[in-house]
Ligand binder design. Structure first.
Ligand SMILES: O=C(O)CCC(=O)C(=O)O
Ligand SMILES: [Fe+2]
Length: 217
């Protein structure tokens, strides 16, 4: 099935990744890559280090493992609403996250950023924090820095509390979701003797959005 080709005709552009335009997500034994093993895949945004995270993600199920491997989704807006009740807006605006990808290039982006009409929460378990506390005036600056670990824990807990959908896969299922409005993850794959295999493709609606923008360092 050439989903990618069909979508391109509608004006969507596939984002290229390390594996080309379509990534095989398989229940293998590569401990360094959650897309190639059976571990829990914690909440994340796909393509966190792109200049703008790809707008849409397509997942297509080739085969399932039997048990486990459900894919779950949480609206970022629900998480942000909760977090804003508990943490100061200045603090939230001051946080950048730094990611390192396979080739060890680093990318720095705001944790929360408006892209078009979406308020995007860039989230990945492998995030490094780099708060820009200079915008926060003394005497609150030190306190703000100290609050960040608690904020990160709270965001993660809130993601769990606001799960809106969990998909149990059958071969042939296709999900398309907005990667700028939802964070997602996967439960542990429990039946590794039967291969779980998904195809994953990332799409944006303009070409510039697919570029990488490494940090100057
Ligand atoms: O295995 C899944 O259900 C999701 C995989 C995923 O989120 C990814 O590869 O980015
Ligand atoms: Fe993902």
């Amino acid at each position: 099935m050439d989903i990618a080709g069909a979508l391109q005709k509608t004006g969507f552009n596939p984002a290229s990744t390390w594996d080309g335009e379509v990534t095989d997500v398989v229940s293998g034994e590569d401990e360094t890559d959650r897309g190639k093993n059976t571990n829990t895949f914690p909440f994340h945004t796909d393509g966190v280090y792109y200049s703008e995270p790809p707008h849409y993600v397509i997942l297509y199920c080739v085969s399932t493992s039997g048990t486990g491997g459900e894919t779950f989704f949480t609206p970022s807006a629900d998480v942000l609403e909760t977090i804003r009740k508990e943490f100061n807006q200045n603090l939230l605006d001051s946080i950048n996250v730094v990611y390192m990808e396979r080739e060890r290039r680093r990318y720095r982006h705001p944790l929360i950023e408006m892209i078009g009409t979406d308020e995007v929460l860039r989230w990945s378990s492998a995030l490094y924090l780099e708060p820009d506390v200079s915008k926060i005036s003394e005497p609150n600056r030190k306190r703000a820095t100290l609050l960040i670990p608690a904020l990160m824990t709270r965001i993660n807990d809130s993601m769990r509390e606001h799960v809106c959908y969990e998909h149990t896969w059958k071969p042939g299922d296709l999900l398309i979701f907005n990667n700028r409005q939802l964070v997602h993850g996967r439960t542990q794959v429990c039946d590794p003797q039967r291969e779980r295999h998904l195809y994953r493709a990332l799409f944006s609606d303009s070409e510039e959005e697919n570029t990488f923008a490494p940090m100057m360092s």
